[in-house]
Write a protein that binds this ligand. Sequence first.
Ligand code: PLP
Length: 413
Amino acid sequence: MLPHTIGEIDPPQRLLMGPGPVNAHPRVLRAMAADLLGQFDPEMTSYMNEVMALYRPVFGTGNRWTFLVDGTARAGIEASLVSMVAPGDRVLVLNFGRFGLLLTEILARIGAVVETVDAPWGEVVPMDAVAAAIERFQPKVVATVHGDTSTTMAQPLDGLGDLCRAAGALSYVDATATIGGMEIAADRWGVDVVTGGLQKCLGGPSGSSPITISDRAADAIFARRHVEEGIRRDDITDGTGIRIGSNYFDLAMIMDYWSEKRLNHHTEATTMLYGARECARVALGEGLAPRYARHGAASQAMMAGIRAMGLTVFGDERYKMTNVTGIYIPDGVDGEAVRRRMREDFEIEIGSAFGPLQGKIWRIGAMGYNAMKHKILITLGALESVLRAEGYACPPGAAVDAALAAWNKASIT
Ligand SMILES: *Cc1c(COP(=O)(O)O)cnc(C)c1O
């Protein structure tokens, strides 16, 4: 291929109904087309302060330290863990899916002593099991995922903060898959650090990770800052600072950059900040409660449509995330052939699954800008047609009718 013949980007108009990423809200894409500013320009720093203010309600917190980590959601996860956990620290992980395993993998690299409290895929971890594990293991940090898209389960988190505080542990929550779609209540949960991403229910592109940090977690993070000789001599707080394993992900340094001190660290990703700012403005403009209700209606509609086709929804419905639905692939149907036809004939992407669920379920998301009635109806209508083409008999029209009725019912109540 001759490089100078490569054409401009002109992607197909796919409807992204997988477990994320999803189509970005047009307002977010427009915000990202705005011109750039220098990182210490007063307009830019005032945008940074606005972002801090916008994300506090999105996280359900009054935390001063609420800002963005530049990078995909995993950047927020890694920055949190590498800044909260030192080699040899004991960390308890609530493990109920692939992203729980990701937490253990990152923690193993840090050199933490990790214990997990597990639930089978499709279930959540009972809070009394968490309490017993904290009691037994005496962790310094407890880490969990809120909604794990790999299993479509949302871990209830009320009470987690109290358990951790009573045991003197800090807590961390990966809320990437739920932020903007299900309630995030950092303060009510009493958890210390929560991170997210834009590409699920916030309806933006991946590449920015909103984070909120309680004061007590911020104190702990600042207390172990790494002082770069000569450059940051004034920041020496005590003689016990442990060198943290990452410069880019050192939350103490990133907080200094987002504070009035504006100490240079990275160059804030201007375009991503514009996008993240608009994601939060769109969410708050809609209202968080109506937005969560919209995702709830989407879930009801999707499940009703799926069941009307004679298919079975995966997992414990009591704890199901509202923004993604797992569906058992019926016997005799080739799950990948269905996904291919959905993409090729209808320009619709649906998700496959990982690990123990690979080849067993599809995952259909309805997140952010895509958690809309017409997009669910279009997806179900397409799926019905594709399933028939793949030899699965289902009653024509039933899915769309059932989904529409369920949407209307859920939107009224
Ligand atoms: C999608 C998802 C992520 C994704 O992280 P990226 O780095 O943005 O790919 C992380 N955690 C959870 C729970 C997710 O659902």
